[in-house]
Design a protein around this ligand. Structure first.
Ligand SMILES: Nc1ncnc2c1ncn2[C@@H]1O[C@H](COP(=O)(O)OP(=O)(O)OP(=O)(O)O)[C@@H](O)[C@H]1O
Length: 276
């Protein structure tokens, strides 16, 4: 175990992955094993190994351009690692949802139709009839509190509401794994905090099938308040520099930012960022 201690009263929060989540107590949902990746001469990822467990929320932090989005694209199997690396899902057919920084909604479709379109084009297209797609779209809009806006077009909705639609769209296909690439980065601070807690409630709720969430973020505070573990990437070519376990209880609540455990963890992360 690698432990970085700070001032006397600070908690020992830096630990190696295996020490944090022993395999006998938690099931792995997906493993990245020795993943390296280059775009031509640009070496982006170098020997990345990382286990994501079931029922955990993991944030990825790292310098701009180090390869965080590339890591998510590897997990989505949109990119393949260099020979010698692999991405292994525990499930034979993993159900994965994705949320990007920008909602990417079709402007000529209503909120409901945007979700129906994804269900029509996605892996469920053969399974769901028109009525089922409609019901699923409406149910997922209700999950994110937009049941009164099903027939609104994107331009009639605020940025936060549009991002809620993209979360609803990801949830409509009942994913067990949710990958998020700076999902709240384009929102104002107030909306961002609101959506942080809304997302946590959805993740914890038995009404969704969500188990593991991996979120790329630039916000240290956001990573701490939301996550069980924070993965710190090194500069490019990026590897996993450190993994931090967040010593805050669940469920996370508004106001936990006032706890010593919160600001000590933020402080420790800031220190690590400065050293990069
Ligand atoms: N399709 C591509 N072709 C060539 N280079 C790429 C491609 N996609 C990403 N890159 C390069 O890979 C590196 C990592 O990009 P990536 O978007 O993964 O970084 P990031 O950590 O998510 O960045 P940011 O924090 O700024 O969003 C960058 O140098 C980028 O220019």
């Amino acid at each position: 175990m690698q432990v970085h201690t700070g001032e006397a009263q600070e908690m020992e929060v830096w630990q190696q992955d295996m020490a944090v989540a022993p395999s006998e107590t938690r099931e792995i949902a997906v493993s990245l094993v020795n993943c390296s990746l280059s775009f031509g001469d640009v070496h982006v990822l170098k020997h990345v190994s990382l286990d994501i467990y079931e029922n955990e929320f993991v944030s990825i932090l790292g310098p701009s351009g180090c390869g965080k989005s590339t890591l998510l694209r590897l997990m989505l199997e949109l990119l393949a690692p260099n020979p010698g690396g692999k991405v292994v899902y525990a499930a034979a057919k993993p159900s994965i949802g994705i949320v990007f920084q920008k909602p990417v909604l079709m402007p000529w479709l209503t909120a409901r139709q945007n979700i129906e379109l994804t269900l029509k084009m996605g892996p469920n297209k053969k399974k769901l009839g028109k009525q089922e797609r409609r019901e699923k779209a409406e149910a997922s809009l209700e999950l994110v509190g937009l049941q009164d806006f099903t027939n609104h077009y994107p331009h009639q909705l605020s940025g936060g509401m549009q991002q809620r639609i993209s979360i609803a769209r990801a949830l409509a296909a009942d994913p067990t794994i949710l990958l998020m690439d700076e999902p709240f980065g384009a929102l104002d601070e107030f909306t961002r905090e609101k959506l942080n807690f809304e997302l946590l409630r959805l993740w914890e709720s038995p009404t969704t099938s969500l188990s593991s969430v991996v979120m790329v973020t630039h916000s240290i505070q956001e990573s701490v308040i939301m996550s069980d573990r924070v993965v710190m990437m090194s500069p490019r070519p990026a590897g996993v520099e450190d993994i931090l376990t967040v010593p805050l209880p669940r469920p996370r609540e508004v106001g936990m930012e006032e706890l010593p455990a919160f600001y000590q963890t933020v402080k420790e992360l800031r220190k690590r960022v400065k050293h990069q």
